[in-house]
Design a protein around this ligand. Structure first.
Ligand SMILES: *Cc1c(COP(=O)(O)O)cnc(C)c1O
Length: 363
C-alpha cells in the first residue's frame, strides 16, 4: 500500500495529461506559456474570483507574498508552530522574526484566542496555517488583524478546496498561498504553487516579484525572484482541474469512512472538524498515545504512515524562537499519526488499515 497513491489518478487521466503536455511541446512556450494564465483563471474560479498568480512552489508563494507586503528585518510575523518548515522559513529568509502562537488542541490550527497577547509594535502580519486541510478560524483571525492593522496570509498549502463557513480556502484573507506539490490535494508532477489576493495592486506586485521585480523586459524597479510556474506543470494541473471537485469529494468520503469506523470502535483520537469546516483532508491524522509502536506495527503489515510534524517550529534550530511558549504544539507533535488517504483508496484498503490500526492501538 502507498501512503498517497498517485498512480491510480494518473491511470485515469493519462490521455488528458499527455494531450495537454503535447500542446506545450508543440507550441514551445515553456516559460509563461498560455497554460499559466489559463490555470490562474481556473484556480481563481475555485477561490471565489480572487486574483491568482501561479508560482514555482508553495514555499516561493509564501516568500513572494511576504515580499510583496514589504516584510523584512525588524518585523514580527505571528504564525503557527505546528506546520511544515516552509511557513517559518519564508519569514526568516526575509530577516523577519516568526512569533509562534500555540495551537488549539482540537483543530491543531493557531489558537485565535492567544494571538492578541503576542502582538507587539513590531508585528506586521499573521500567517495562519490551515493544517491537514481544515481552515484556521479565519474570521476570528481577520477580526484581530483589522483591529491592529495587520495583514493576514492564509497558508493554504494543505487546504486548497476546503471551505470555511461555506467560503473557499484561499479567499478568506487579503492574501493566501497554496502548493501543488504532488501529494497535495491539487498536486502537479513537480513543484508548483500559487498566491491569491483580493487586492489587484497586490496581485500586480506579486506578478512583478515573480519575474525578478521586472517592470518591463530588463528594467527592474524592485528585488524579485525567479518564481515562475512552468507551462508544463500548468498543463498537468489543468488536466487535473477537470476532476478536482470529484476527487475532493472522494477524499472527504474516505475520511468520513475512517472516522465512522474508528469512532464506532470507540477510538477517540479521530480528527475534529469544526461545524464551519469542510476539510480538504490533505491528511487524515489521528492522535494516539503509543505512536512509535503503532507506526512500527502498521509498517510491518505493509501500511505506511507519516508524522506531520514531529518537531514544532519554535523548537527547530533554523527558525526557532525561544521566547515562544507552545506546550500544546509540543504535546500534539508527539501524538499525531497520518494514515494513508487519497481519492483512490479502496474500502478494502481502508478496512485493512482500520483493522490493523485498532489492533495496534489496543496492545
Ligand atoms: C507543502 C507545504 C508548504 C510548501 O509547499 P512546497 O510546494 O512544497 O514548497 C508550505 N506550507 C505548508 C503548510 C505545506 O504543507
Amino acid at each position: 500500500m502507498k501512503f498517497v497513491n498517485l498512480d491510480r489518478q494518473y491511470a485515469r487521466l493519462k490521455s488528458d495529461i499527455r494531450d495537454r503536455i503535447d500542446v506545450v511541446l508543440d507550441h514551445g512556450q515553456y516559460i509563461m506559456g498560455p497554460e499559466v494564465q489559463e490555470l490562474e483563471q481556473r484556480l481563481s474560479e475555485y477561490t471565489a474570483g480572487t486574483h491568482c498568480v501561479a508560482v514555482s512552489s508553495g514555499t516561493d508563494a509564501l516568500l513572494i507574498a511576504l515580499m510583496a507586503l514589504d516584510i523584512g528585518p525588524g518585523d514580527e510575523v505571528i504564525t503557527s508552530p505546528f506546520s511544515f518548515i516552509a511557513t517559518a522559513e519564508a519569514i526568516c529568509l526575509l530577516g523577519a522574526t516568526p512569533v509562534y502562537v500555540d495551537i488549539d488542541e482540537s483543530t491543531y490550527n493557531i489558537d485565535a484566542n492567544c494571538i492578541e497577547a503576542a502582538i507587539s509594535h513590531r508585528t506586521k502580519a499573521i500567517v495562519p496555517v490551515s493544517l491537514y486541510g481544515q481552515c484556521a478560524d479565519m474570521d476570528a483571525i481577520n477580526g484581530i488583524a483589522e483591529e491592529y492593522s495587520l495583514i493576514v496570509i492564509e497558508d493554504a498549502a494543505q487546504s486548497f478546496g476546503a471551505r470555511y463557513k461555506d467560503r473557499p480556502s484561499g479567499s478568506l484573507s487579503p492574501v493566501a498561498t497554496t502548493s501543488f506539490y504532488p501529494s497535495k490535494p491539487l498536486g502537479g508532477y513537480g513543484d508548483g504553487g500559487a498566491c491569491f489576493t483580493t487586492q489587484s495592486d497586490l496581485a500586480d506586485k506579486i506578478r512583478k516579484i515573480r519575474v525578478h521585480g521586472q517592470n518591463k523586459q530588463y528594467i527592474h524597479s524592485t528585488l524579485g525572484v525567479n518564481g515562475r510556474l512552468d507551462s508544463l506543470q500548468a498543463a498537468v494541473l489543468l488536466a487535473k482541474c477537470n476532476i478536482f471537485s470529484e476527487d475532493l469529494k472522494k477524499r472527504q468520503l474516505a475520511a468520513s469512512y475512517y472516522t465512522e469506523c474508528l469512532t464506532s470502535a470507540r477510538f477517540e483520537g479521530v480528527p475534529h472538524l469544526e461545524s464551519y469546516s469542510e476539510s480538504a483532508f490533505a491528511q487524515y491524522t489521528v492522535r494516539v498515545k503509543n505512536r512509535d509502536q503503532i507506526k512500527a506495527t502498521l509498517h510491518n503489515s505493509g501500511i505506511p504512515t507519516m508524522v506531520f510534524y514531529p518537531v514544532p517550529l519554535h523548537r527547530q534550530q533554523a527558525v526557532a524562537n525561544p521566547e515562544s511558549v507552545c506546550p500544546i504544539s509540543e504535546k500534539v507533535a508527539g501524538q499525531v499519526l497520518s494514515l494513508p488517504i487519497c481519492p483512490y483508496i479502496t474500502r478494502q484498503e481502508q478496512d485493512f488499515v482500520i483493522d490493523c490500526f485498532l489492533k495496534a492501538n489496543e496492545t
